[in-house]
Design a protein around this ligand. Structure first.
Ligand SMILES: CC(C)(COP(=O)(O)OP(=O)(O)OC[C@H]1O[C@@H](n2cnc3c(N)ncnc32)[C@H](O)[C@@H]1OP(=O)(O)O)[C@@H](O)C(=O)NCCC(=O)NCCS
Length: 150
């Protein structure tokens, strides 16, 4: 593995991001219902997104929302979406992306980062726990709300 790095989404990487593949069964975990609803009220100026590159190859994508004014506490500093190309899963790309996100949150003076996800086989529950998130509650749709304190 070459040195992993993150870049802002750009014209040259957006197609590769959209073409990243998932492993069978992972599709339903990509966008929990709460995010779909909150997305209608997210202010574009509070969103942060990065492409993860391994050399010249796009291997992952991570996005977040940092908005201290968001009405719901768990959307004020929140990991919005993370995915790693199927062929590149299991070798530390996801952990690297989360570390970059936590570093960004610290820079912005946030004291925590939340994530909302669906528990279940093939889902990201173990991953989020391994990279430092602890479940702290549930949404009205039964999704897990987890948190890292910074
Ligand atoms: C979840 C996802 C981002 C993980 O990315 P990844 O690059 O494979 O994860 P990493 O290799 O960095 O793994 C980090 C740790 O999590 C563990 N882990 C990752 N996926 C796991 C899984 N499916 N089951 C068990 N452990 C897992 C790894 O073993 C590793 O543990 P360790 O470092 O303590 O040994 C990736 O599987 C993915 O894109 N899934 C589909 C999209 C998705 O569900 N996104 C979340 C929606 S909110």
């Amino acid at each position: 593995m070459a040195e992993l790095r993150v870049e802002e989404l750009s014209a040259s990487t957006i197609v590769a991001v959209n073409n990243m593949s998932l492993k069978p069964g992972q599709e339903r975990f990509l966008a929990p219902e709460s995010y779909a609803i909150a997305a209608t009220v997210v202010n574009p100026s509070t969103s942060w997104q990065r492409v993860v590159l391994d050399g010249d190859e796009v291997v992952g994508f991570v996005s977040a929302n940092f908005d201290p004014e968001a009405p719901q506490e768990h959307f004020r500093s929140v990991l919005w979406r993370i995915n790693v190309d199927a062929d590149d899963q299991g070798r530390g790309v996801g952990r690297f992306a989360v570390e970059e996100l936590l570093s960004e949150a610290r820079t912005r003076g946030m004291d925590h980062v939340n994530v909302i996800y669906e528990a279940g086989t093939d889902g990201p529950d173990t991953f989020f726990r391994r990279v430092g998130f602890t479940p702290v509650g549930e949404t009205e749709y039964g999704e897990t709300v987890a948190e890292v304190r910074l």
